[in-house]
Ligand binder design. Structure first.
Ligand SMILES: *Cc1c(COP(=O)(O)O)cnc(C)c1O
Length: 427
């Protein structure tokens, strides 16, 4: 494999050294995978999952035993009273939107505790009554509490912001595409305690995207009322072709379902078409696949640190999501990195990604993703906006080998730009 690269000899030696260095972290990930795999198997056994559950319903989708059982398995794994896991939830944004609109009523207020939420939610929240169907359009107020420069929650500002109208508190577990640390389950547990101490009746929602199966607990295990996420990220195990989930206290999941479907139908309807087998098999694989993705980003972080690049999290840090940030420092390296990843993709490896304008972004963005499922970020992908400090966000990888190959090819491309010297580290 290394013989195919221009700088193969040097990269191979370095890769061997990096793998020796990260071995204890890899072992730690594997032990976590064993535990989570055991939990998934226990849940399948306890719910009597059998061949008949793998078949799917059509039409209205009433009395879909496969779906009902799957949602019970999912809820039990997440420590939730109820879960909704559906192909008619089209993405993470859709799942989150159903939660916000399901719980909030005109006159209520939503406060995001963890700063600016993920990009796609800005239009969901909205700014004014403009006919768009946003929260603002329905007369739901919104505030956000910016994080401190070190990425901590500003409790003083939160205490001052809570009002009579405040009903729902939003927390985003993962950094998403923001330059800030992610929040661990321990952090979220502390947030829940502090929010409850201020006002016990506030409903706490967590955007759980990218976090599932990274730690041995989920936000719903530590008192969070409602969570949502995407099945083409962690919990679909790379097999779910689309879908999303909502889990938490039954009354809030039911309200989200009423909004998602219709009052009176809620959780009862929704055909599963041909999805159930992939959902069951994907959830079964999810702990392993998340583990492979984690091993991959640990390798990436360690290798790039070795070359003098700043990374967050660093290779030995505790992780709560599958996202890796690498500060590449120049547009040439960002482009070369993404092109290297693309050239190591199973799909569209022959396509050369270039920076382009994207709706919702101020700067040009470059994206590498050659995935079996469109946009699936549990599969290896890398992207970043063309602005200083030229951070690449990378995540996913169905197998550790694939991520390693992607990184090795990315480094070979980067060396080709003349902006890094593989012998002496980067300038
Ligand atoms: C991916 C993601 C979402 C939802 O994105 P979709 O592309 O709609 O699935 C929301 N929040 C965070 C933090 C995410 O990473």
């Amino acid at each position: 494999m290394y013989n195919q690269l221009r700088h193969g000899q040097w990269i191979e030696q370095k890769a061997i050294a990096v793998e020796a260095k990260i071995a204890p972290v890899i072992k730690r990930i594997e032990r976590k995978v064993d535990l989570l795999q055991w939990k998934v198997l226990a849940a399948y056994r306890d719910h009597g999952v059998s061949e008949l559950h793998l078949h799917s319903s059509t039409g209205y989708g009433y009395d879909d035993l496969g779906r009902e059982t799957f949602e019970k398995v999912f809820a039990s794994l997440f420590g939730a009273e109820m879960a909704l896991v559906r192909p008619n939830i089209i993405s993470g944004t859709h799942a989150i939107t159903a939660c916000l609109h399901g719980v909030l009523r005109p006159g209520d207020e939503l406060i995001y505790l963890t700063g600016r939420p993920y990009d796609t939610l800005h239009q969901v929240i909205g700014k004014e009554r403009d006919g768009s169907g946003s929260l603002a359009d329905y007369g739901i107020a919104y505030k956000e509490i910016p994080l401190s420069p070190t990425g901590q929650v500003d409790w003083e500002a939160f205490g001052g912001a809570v009002s009579e109208r405040t009903r729902l508190i939003g927390i985003q577990r993962s950094r998403g595409y923001a330059d800030r640390p992610s929040f661990t389950i321990a952090d979220i547990r502390e947030m829940v305690e502090r929010i409850r101490a201020i006002r016990p009746d506030l409903i706490i929602f967590v955007d759980n995207c990218y976090g599932e199966f990274v730690e041995d607990m989920e936000p719903t295990h530590v008192g969070v009322d409602l969570i949502a996420g995407s099945l083409i990220k962690n919990p679909g195990g790379g097999l779910a072709k689309s879908g999303g989930y909502i889990a938490g206290k039954a009354q809030w999941v039911e309200r989200a379902a009423s909004r998602l479907v219709a009052p009176g139908i809620g959780v009862e309807g929704g055909a599963t078409h041909g999805y159930m087998r992939d959902y069951y098999q994907g959830l079964f694989l999810a702990p392993h696949v998340v583990g492979e993705a984690l091993k991959g980003v640990v390798f990436a972080a360690a290798f790039l640190e070795e070359l003098g690049f700043k990374t967050t999290p660093s290779w030995e840090e505790t992780r709560t999501d599958i996202i890796q940030q690498i500060y590449l420092g120049s547009p040439e390296l960002l482009i070369a990195f993404c092109q290297g990843i693309q050239s190591a993709s199973p799909i569209d490896a022959h396509i050369l990604p270039v920076p382009a304008a994207m709706p919702g972004y101020q700067d040009e963005v470059i994206m590498a993703a050659g995935t079996f499922v469109q946009g699936a970020s549990i599969e290896l992908s890398a992207d970043g906006p063309l602005r200083p400090p030229y951070i690449v966000f990378m995540q996913g990888g169905l197998t550790y080998s694939h991520v390693k190959i992607g990184i090795v090819q990315a480094l070979d491309h980067m060396a080709g730009t003349g902006h890094i010297s593989l012998e002496g580290g980067h300038e």
